[in-house]
Design a protein around this ligand. Sequence first.
Ligand code: GLY
Ligand code: MN
Ligand code: MN
Length: 422
Amino acid sequence: MSDSFAARRARLAAALPLTDAILLVGAGEPLPLPENSDQTYPFRAHSDYFYLTGLECPHGVVAHDPHDGAWHSFVPGVTEAERVWEGRTQPPGEPLSNFAPWLAARTGRPVALLGAPLPGVTADAALTQTVRAHFTHARRPKDDAELTTLRRSAAITAAGYARLCSLLSPGVTERTLQIELEAEFFRHGATRTGYGSIVASGHNAAVLHFTPGSRVTQQGDFVLVDAGAELDRYVTDVTRTYVVGAPTSFQRDLHQVVLGAQQRACDRCRPGAEWRDVHLACAVDLVAGLVAMGVMRGDPASLVEQEAHTLFFPHGLGHMVGLGVRDASGLLPGRPQDPRPCLRTLRMDLPLAAGYVVTVEPGLYFIPALLNDPARRARFRDCVNWPLAERHLGLGGVRIEDNLVITSGAPENLTAAIPKTL
Ligand code: GLY
Ligand code: MN
Ligand code: MN
């Protein structure tokens, strides 16, 4: 076991409220495709398991007993068929057949079960929920090995964006841009893409998680690109918004509003800052920009108080990123969900701390499904210059997203090498 896995296990042992309980963490099992062939979905070990082992080992189990302080990694023996068909080799660990006697020797003790379910194991549901919250929290600060991988993943992602930018011109399809972007990720060492790449041109840029298609980019289109490389399970999550050809003054202003708000939000990412406050302060900045552009009307803070910003900024400011695109997002242990409707879309509610890696990704969009909704039109009648907003239905939107490491001082921007000005 490498030093970083030993250190992670030690940190978790100190952080988890196990008392008399034992901890089990399942890797998961390969999932057959629905048509019942011999094919499975690509296997990914559960993040909880991967974090403790660095293994992509189907059926693997990590077990920990706080009474003796020992950690065990039980792995199945590789079969002849797996050697023949997949070239698989034996992963390190104790034989999986030792797991049942290990567990039987602890009969009657409460079980906290993280990771994937384990066949035949009954866990204490309430205990599991509490332990999961603390486990997630304990893995929020990234260690040196994780940061090294994330920096490499970010450099790979930057290469992909550079390639895409060199191809951005009228007449190229979204799909072509996606293919070239992703191919460059792989040429530079990516193991996968971090998530479904978004390349959205023209009106498609108003669809938050758009899947690129055959649309051909035209002069004057916004092209919103949200994509990142994955390296050894560590993901980068970047968004840039470009204009094909020369931007109009409205496009330039909109882009500048998002960029300015994004930079100010990045500056607010300091240890102790409450994420919901960073989100709401950014919403005020975005609304102030829309008021200056004549799209919204009123006092920015009061408009955010009324939740009018959600018409144009309908998502949260960001999330944790690292081991998976959402990494260890969520709530501070013990903190209830904030009841304010406009905060329902936040993927995390906690104070930032050194070592956390977060995305900062404000956006402003002209989304027909929101702006044509009669209930919203009535509720926000006086907050919006509706004729002006209507004229821009079809314009799409702008999002800008970077990945920051929180430090004791200014955050480190992992994705600073990808230009974000127009
Ligand atoms: N890539 C999706 C997101 O930014 O959350
Ligand atoms: Mn993204
Ligand atoms: Mn994101």
